[in-house]
Design a protein around this ligand. Sequence first.
Ligand SMILES: [Zn+2]
Ligand SMILES: [Zn+2]
Length: 130
Amino acid sequence: MFDWRTYRENNKERLRLFQNEWRKKNKKRLNKKHAETRKKLYQTNLKYRLRELEKSRKYRLNRKKELVKLLGSKCQKCGYSKCLRALEFHHKNPTEKETTDEWLHKNFDISKVVLLCSNCHAEEHCTQNC
Ligand SMILES: [Zn+2]
Ligand SMILES: [Zn+2]
């Protein structure tokens, strides 16, 4: 009789390689499937959704803290440093759009931005000459 356990013991390496090959070949499909599962869970499972939101909130906060520290921890114009929420990333190049999520990516180039407080940031973008 065929003994799967013995076969697996004897062909560990071969099976591992085969599995890796298979995963590589089906990576796109698997990723899509995982994304779909997560999306469905997110839509139907409140607990999961809350956990994901909390995870992303924590990630955003830590990421912001990390970048703010790298950028000197204070407004580059007036020196304000009290509240993290009132500190914002302003692009040096005005043609670049300030999307809110760009800085979340690991390879974000912080030399593209300066740290400003909300007031100074608003002034920087003010076009009304007020
Ligand atoms: Zn300021
Ligand atoms: Zn700006």
